[in-house]
Design a protein around this ligand. Sequence first.
Ligand code: UDP
Length: 379
Amino acid sequence: MNVLINAGPWLEVPPPGYGGIENVVATLVPALRERGVRVILASVGASDLEVDELLSVYDTGQFGDLQKPYNQVMGIAHAHQARLVEELRRRDDVDLVHDHLEVVGPAVLSAFDGPPVLHTLHWDLRKHPAFYGSFPQSIAVNGVSESQLRRAPEALRDAALGAVHLATPLAGRDVRAERGEHFVVMGRVCRLKGQHVAARVCQKLGLPLVLAGPVSGLGTQADLETVTQDPYHPLHGHPDVRYHADVVAPYLDGDMVRWIGAVGGQERDDLYASARAALFPIQWDEPGGTAVVEALALGVPPVGLRRGCLPEIVEHGRTGLLADTEEELAEWLLRVDEIDPEECRREARRRFSPSVMAERYLELYERTISRSRSRRGSA
Ligand code: UDP
């Protein structure tokens, strides 16, 4: 089977640091190729994931521009997607397109009579009500958690082929015998991820906290300062930049509560694997939770608020701790050593491994292809 996987133009695959969708694609592709699938990856030129063919418009990831005003950057996703359609027009050996590009992916592909398309919905499905409320029927979709699909507009929820949980590689990642004292929030710095709640709770309890992740695409203190010091920079008043400056920064003391910017590769794994727990004080219904699954794979207990996909991924008391309130979250932070790291790891192997995800997607690819055949047959 020849599958064109569209990871979009935002970041390399695998991403150098932050990158939810790109990490998922980097996990899925090797497992599909092991199962005999030929993969054509649409991404950016700098992607170095091993694939059969790489398709790109941009040499490097365009993530830095993603937060700029729409009228300045709308051409990026469209240029990428137009190239992908051009490629599909040029050849007839692609059996299926597995698309991961938000809105532009399905909008453009639905207007082209090409191979069957499966589009994975990685996002909060209340986000684009007009689009998701009348989603193009020629495109098959899947979600990344049951809770995400439950919140989708009815028509989209009914059309979805199901939810496929996210996964992360287990090989080369072990449960560390020696752990540090620090707690970690690994994710974009923004109100939805709740870094301020983690900081407030850890500060109150006197526990060390490390916040890792970009602020509106900015991965270092220096990059952030360039933006905050230039009132005319397009990101100057961005809500995430304001959130960092006004809500998170007051907790940062360079010692007990630290923001270290975006981290990647081995540095990320070392920081994460040596943590006492991974915190998810989420202020929204997190749709997929790559960072939650990664914590389990490293044997680091996830501790978070009971919202979105968290109760689906974490079993309270066995593979992590879930709270309904900030006060309860504080209680669980003091009891986190009751969770067995090996149990977290076993759960990751059983439910969130690359093989489990690849088998599920192969099943959905078959269903997408037969759905497309029967739609064509009845047209
Ligand atoms: N991440 C990273 N470095 C950072 C912060 C995050 O590599 O400094 C990764 C994290 O490990 C996860 C992804 O970025 O793989 C975040 O994905 P998640 O689904 O948690 O968040 P979202 O996609 O909503 O931003």
